[in-house]
Design a binder for this molecule. Structure first.
Ligand code: NAD
Length: 541
């Protein structure tokens, strides 16, 4: 006989500060040294086995691109076929494993990450994704722990969610994984997102193939090792880094493909969706498709806004992690009457930011992820510099001699729909549009409609009626809207995250809503008073 178990209500993992002289700082520095002085040979992990194909790619430090601290083996079509087979083989026993045992694996992974794995995970993310200690800590430690713990808690709530029963019938709702396997494809910018894309469907009873972004393989591989230590059975999550197009083609060719869990750019997501649609008749089930994609997030200020908090929100929102957060503040609308003060403070604060390598802890800004990204951001800045619709107000320097460094940059756009106002740049570039105070409503409408995205946004005002007007005008313009706060920094369990329009399917990562997409529901009705005649009372004479 079993009990009916209860999962402890989770609390968000406290963010550690790593100030000079602290033990945390010392242990983090040690972990950084250790990883820098080592060279990691990263295999594929298929059915729990390490596979080395010999076709390798380097794990490079973006802030020091001549240095690599490892390489990873790339999967080909053959390894994808092996990974699908291994996943399907692991499926039956994983699905049968009682929820409390699956949950325990993730709760143990959370505990390990909070303790013995904390420094190594932070160091890995700092090195290969060029994050400062705070940015790494809120990503791979706090957010990933929160994903693990809150998903277990949400899953328990789902299991408890049962249909009505009557005196004569008992209706039981059963929640299991989908048929087949799930394909998880993750971006470079948050290690935690990679972990969640693979683990959320797994917690629901699914088996998974996980293809990480090429620039984040190093830290993502460590999540696989963490899960292994936490007791994840072999074959439940299979790690297949490598060339994205050919891996994806091989995955989508399989009839048991049943779900796509994606985070990354909009165009990649759209193309894969189209590909899935083309192959639809070959699948056993309708694949579930969940994607969180790009953004062009706004900060909209009213003239009643508090200027100091607005400026801090702009600086942190636009430049933390080099603007490479899907939620980063990228365009801002400032009324003419407060622009001189905002401009003065914004330029002053931005001029205080220093940028450089991650092991010099004083820097607020580090390198952008790779050459492709560096060139794209530089291209946008150069175009804005020569364009008659824009003026460079601050920054603009790009230097890739040692690392891919882009100076925090502020552009003023004289039209509301210039390239840097509406297209996702994904770098430390903030574009300002100054509007006439009397055009407040008109400008709200512009903000609503001029970008295809609807991920995050922030509104700043002191006047309550004005806030209400802004909130209503921008109802569908952001899946996550912030009032008098920066548009970044969503916390699992507090601000379920995701957007609509070109920003994705808005299934809210780290929420019950997301987990439901990976679940197959069966309702079992048992009748305690089965009828003994086909006749109904109305038929009587
Ligand atoms: P990306 O689109 O370059 O890559 C994302 C993933 O898709 C990677 O694993 C990559 O290898 C894979 N990929 C690329 N081309 C592919 C192809 N042709 N076929 C199959 N897979 C392919 O994105 P990125 O640079 O890693 O991440 C940045 C993007 O992610 C930005 O657009 C950002 O807004 C978005 N993002 C969104 C969220 C969100 O929650 N909405 C969160 C993080 C990042």
């Amino acid at each position: 006989m079993n009990g009916i178990y209860q999962v402890r209500k989770p609390k968000n993992e406290p963010v550690r500060t790593y100030e000079a002289g602290s033990l945390d700082r010392h242990l983090l520095e040690e972990a950084l040294e250790e990883l820098k002085n080592d060279f990691l040979d990263i295999p594929l992990i298929i059915g729990g086995k390490e596979i080395r194909t010999g076709s390798t790619k380097a794990c490079i430090l973006p802030h020091d691109h001549q240095t690599s601290i490892g390489h990873y083996h790339q999967a080909g079509q053959e390894e994808v076929a092996m990974a699908i087979e291994a996943a399907l083989e692991a499926k039956a026993s994983w699905e049968k494993m009682p929820f409390q045992h699956k949950a325990s694996i993730f709760l143990k992974a959370a505990e390990l990450l909070s303790t013995t794995w904390r420094y190594k995970m932070n160091a890995a993310t700092m090195l290969v994704q060029s994050k400062n200690p705070h940015q790494a800590e809120i990503d791979v430690v706090c957010e990933l722990i929160d994903f693990f713990k809150f998903n277990v808690h949400f899953m328990e709530n789902i299991l408890r969610d049962q249909a009505l029963s009557t005196k004569e019938t008992w209706n039981r709702v059963e929640y299991t994984g989908l048929d087949g396997f799930i394909y998880a494809v993750s971006p470079f910018n948050f290690t935690s997102i990679g972990g969640n894309l693979a683990c959320a469907p797994a917690l629901c009873g699914n088996v998974v193939l996980w293809k990480p972004a090429s620039t984040a393989v190093y830290s993502n591989y460590m999540i696989m090792k963490l899960l292994e230590e936490a007791g994840m059975p072999k074959g439940v999550i299979n790690f297949v880094p490598g060339p994205s197009q050919s891996i994806t083609d091989a995955v989508l060719d399989h009839p048991e493909f049943s779900g796509f869990h994606y985070t990354g750019s909009t165009s990649v997501f759209s193309n894969i969706w189209l590909e899935i649609a083309k192959k639809l008749p070959t699948y056993r089930s309708y694949p579930r498709i969940v994607g969180e994609t790009g953004g062009k997030n706004f900060v909209f200020a009213h003239h009643s806004a508090d200027i100091d908090t607005l400026v801090v929100a702009l600086v942190r929102g636009a430049f933390e992690y080099q603007g490479q957060k899907c939620s980063a503040a990228a365009r801002t609308y400032i009324p003419e009457s407060i622009w001189p003060q905002v401009k003065d403070k914004l330029l002053k604060m931005t001029s205080q930011l220093t940028y450089g390598p991650i092991d010099d802890f004083k820097h607020f800004v580090n390198a952008v992820i790779d050459k492709r990204s560096f060139d794209r951001i530089k291209g946008y800045i150069e175009k804005a510099q020569t364009s008659s619709d824009s003026e460079l107000l601050f920054g603009g320097s790009c230097d890739d001699k040692v690392g891919y460094f882009v100076e925090p940059t502020i552009i003023q756009s004289f039209t509301p729909d210039s390239a840097t106002m509406v297209q996702e740049i994904f770098g430390p570039v903030l574009t300002v549009y100054v509007y006439k105070d009397e055009d407040f409503i008109q400008t709200l409408n512009l903000c609503e409609s001029s970008s295809p995205y609807a991920l995050t946004g922030a509104i700043f005002a002191k006047d309550r009626d004005v806030l209400l007007t802004m909130e209503n005008h921008l109802k569908k313009a952001a899946g996550n809207l912030y009032i008098n706060d920066k548009p970044t920094g969503a916390v699992v369990g507090q601000q379920p995250f995701g957007g609509s329009r070109a920003s994705g399917t808005n299934d809210k990562a780290g929420s019950k809503q997301n987990l439901m997409r990976w679940i197959n529901t069966r309702v079992v009705k048992e009748n305690f008073s089965s009828p003994t005649t086909y006749e109904y009372p109305f038929m009587s004479e």
